[in-house]
Design a protein around this ligand. Structure first.
Ligand SMILES: [Zn+2]
Length: 259
C-alpha cells in the first residue's frame, strides 16, 4: 500500500476560487506541470457528462486519461462555498480530487478509487479534511489514506473483472431491447471509458463470436469452453477481480465473484 500523498505535490493542493465545476476543474488542472491542461479539462468534462463523479457526500473525483501521463497525479481543491457537481445526493461538493492517469495501466481506476472511497466514506475523516486550515494540515490528513496502486503493467492482468462483467451484463441487456435505452447506452459508454482500447476491441470480438466475453473459472475449468486450464495458468489465477485469458477459447476468465 502507498500513501495517497505520493501522488500529490504540495503545489497540487489549493483553495478553489471558481464557482462552477468547469472553472474549478480548470484551476486544478492548472496545478499540474503538464502541457496538456486543456486536454485534461476537456476530457474530464466529457467524462463528467456521462455520469457525475460526485459519489461520496461532499466530494467529487473528476478524472481524465492522458496517454502522455507517466505517473498517476492527483490535485486536491477545497471550496468553502461548495460547487454544483450533479452529485448523487443533489448537494454541492466541497472537496474535489482531480486525477490524471495513464490509460494503459490496467485496473488503476478501480484500485485507486476503491481505496480512496473507503477512507473518504468516513464521516469524521471528511469533516477533518473540510476543517483543515493549512495546506500542511491537509497533506498530513491525506497522507493517512493508503491506496493500492500497481503502476507496472502485468501481462496477465488485463483489466478489472468487475468492469468487464458489468459491461457484459449491459451488452446482453441491450440485445434484448426493442428500443435503445439512453440510460443503458450511457452506462455502457461509461464502462467502456475505463477500458484500455486493446481490451475493449478484444471484448467486442468475443461478444460477437460467443455472446460472452468473460466467464468464471471454477475448479480450474473455464466455464466458457469447459476445458481444464494448464497448471501454469491455474497457478496464476489467484486474485479476485483480475482478468486472464483462456488458452483454449480466448475468452476473458476470472475467479468466480464471492457474493
Ligand atoms: Zn475457455
Amino acid at each position: 500500500m502507498q500513501k495517497l500523498t505520493e501522488f500529490i505535490s504540495p503545489g497540487n493542493v489549493i483553495k478553489l476560487k471558481g464557482l462552477d465545476s468547469e472553472s474549478v476543474i480548470r484551476e486544478l488542472a492548472g496545478t499540474f506541470n503538464s502541457l496538456n491542461k486543456d486536454v485534461i479539462v476537456e476530457r474530464t468534462l466529457r467524462r463528467e457528462s456521462m455520469v457525475s463523479t460526485a459519489i461520496v457526500p461532499g466530494i467529487a473525483f473528476p478524472h481524465a486519461r492522458l496517454e502522455s501521463q507517466k505517473r498517476l497525479a492527483i490535485a486536491v481543491g477545497k471550496s468553502r462555498k461548495g460547487i454544483e457537481f450533479n452529485s448523487f445526493d443533489k448537494n454541492p461538493v466541497n472537496l474535489i480530487f482531480l486525477v490524471v492517469w495513464q490509460p494503459s495501466t490496467p485496473g488503476l481506476f478501480t484500485q485507486l478509487f476503491s481505496s480512496l472511497i473507503k477512507s473518504l466514506r468516513k464521516h469524521s475523516f471528511r469533516d477533518k479534511l473540510l476543517l483543515a486550515k493549512t495546506k500542511s494540515e491537509m497533506l498530513d490528513l491525506l497522507s493517512t489514506i493508503k491506496v493500492r496502486v500497481v503502476e507496472e503493467a502485468n501481462s496477465s492482468v488485463v483489466c478489472a473483472a468487475s468492469v468487464l462483467r458489468k459491461l457484459q451484463e449491459r451488452e446482453r441487456k441491450r440485445v434484448g431491447l426493442k428500443r435503445k435505452s439512453p440510460k443503458l447506452e450511457k452506462e455502457i459508454s461509461t464502462l467502456q471509458y475505463y477500458m484500455n482500447s486493446d481490451y475493449l476491441s478484444r471484448f467486442n470480438r468475443l461478444m460477437g463470436r460467443y455472446g460472452t466475453a468473460i466467464v468464471d473459472v471454477e475448479a480450474g475449468v473455464c466455464q466458457g469452453c469447459f476445458m481444464t486450464l494448464s497448471t501454469g495458468l491455474r497457478n496464476q489465477i489467484k486474485y479476485e477481480n483480475h482478468v486472464y485469458v483462456c488458452e483454449n477459447c480466448g475468452r476473458f476468465i476470472a475467479l468466480k465473484e464471492k457474493k
